[in-house]
Write a protein that binds this ligand. Structure first.
Ligand code: AMP
Ligand code: TRP
Length: 329
């Protein structure tokens, strides 16, 4: 017996980085032992804000599957699939869109924020699809009647809306769907090499798939205490990104590192080298798994096809109930 059903998804919008791993995947890997889990690479969601050039989608889906599998998600234990392989997501999205008041979608805080933010970058996402982003997310979740949704804090308004849509559906037709509850990841936001939140859009990321040499090169570029100019200057670890990483990847030595930094008995170059060694070591198993999988793209494809088939069985059953409830059967 498991505790319940989990659904979560991630957009295949580019390179998966260490922030994504620490903030989401590491948690999913733990959850897979306690819950029945559905994890989806949500390619239709990626189109909501980037629809012009679709040429990289297949490659990005493949890369994301490699990252998830090498991070330790088990394709037997979980249902790992691509959203667009299960057309029921589109059907449920359409039906939900009929009963969702426009004002509910327009007042989602991330909607106006992102519209404006991307507008500044010259991207026009004043589209029907972008407005419907949380509608599609709701369809993803309730198609599997998932009750627990592990997400980052930024997704909470979307889940709030999902619950409203579920209540409306259950009241109007039949009480088919449970209300999905968020489960926030406990890990802190991982900074990037410039000290801001690690994010693809800042170019400060450390790719999860980085080779040991690439990883060392990224660590060498990390910002340190700006007031520690010379090797003999006393440092302040509390403002140093390298130290933040030590606390995460080298917890057992981090007090010693902080003290050595304050007393200038260790320089930034050696401190970074020590961190890089630890990180390379901690991530080694996952890198080996990734390299093995990279040699076998056919296997990754098979896993996604298999996941799609399993997801479709559940999705088709839910859609039968939905059509029945709405007199569309
Ligand atoms: P995104 O790449 O922003 O779509 O995020 C995908 C998932 O990774 C979400 O669950 C985020 O909360 C998480 N995530 C992204 N960046 C970071 C970060 N720098 N630190 C921790 N978690 C992150
Ligand atoms: N919106 C989520 C994100 O950007 C991705 C996502 C799509 C999702 N559908 C979902 C997350 C359903 C949880 C459940 O992170």
């Amino acid at each position: 017996m498991t505790k319940g059903r989990i659904f979560s998804g991630m957009q295949p919008s580019g390179k998966f980085h260490l922030g994504n791993y620490m903030g989401a995947l590491e948690n999913w890997v733990k959850l897979q032992h306690e819950y029945e889990c559905f994890f989806s690479i949500v390619d239709w969601h990626a189109l909501t804000s980037s629809y012009e050039d679709t040429s990289k989608i297949p490659e990005r889906i493949h890369e994301m599957a490699l990252d998830w599998l090498s991070a330790g998600l088990d394709p037997e234990r979980n249902v790992i699939f691509v959203q667009s392989h299960v057309k029921e997501h589109a059907e449920l999205h359409l039906l939900l869109s009929m009963m969702t008041p426009l004002s509910w979608l327009e007042r989602v805080p991330t909607y106006k924020d992102k519209l404006q933010q991307l507008g500044v970058q010259g991207k026009d996402i004043n589209t029907y699809g972008f407005l419907g982003y949380p509608e599609l997310m709701t369809a993803d979740i309730i198609l599997y009647k998932a009750d627990i949704i592990p997400v980052g804090e930024d997704q909470l308004p979307h889940l709030e809306l999902s619950r409203e849509i579920v209540r409306r559906f259950n009241n109007l037709y039949q009480p088919i769907f449970p209300e999905p509850k968020p489960s926030l990841s406990k890990s802190a936001i991982l900074p990037g090499i410039d000290g801001r939140k690690m994010s693809k859009s800042y170019g400060n990321e450390i790719p999860f798939a980085a080779s040991p040499d690439e990883l060392r090169a990224r660590v060498r570029l990390m910002v340190t205490d700006p007031n520690r100019v010379k090797r003999t200057d006393l440092g302040n670890p509390d403002v140093c990104t390298v130290y933040t990483f030590h606390k995460i990847f080298n917890a057992e030595q981090s007090n010693e590192i902080a003290q050595s930094c304050r007393q200038a008995t260790i320089g930034c170059v050696d401190c970074k080298k020590c961190l890089a060694d630890k990180m390379v070591n901690n991530l080694a198993d996952m890198h080996v798994r990734r390299q093995e999988l990279e040699k076998n793209p056919g296997r990754v494809k098979e896993i996604l096809v298999y996941g799609g088939e399993r997801a479709r069985v559940v999705a088709a059953k839910t859609m039968e109930e939905v059509r029945q409830a709405m007199n569309l059967a």
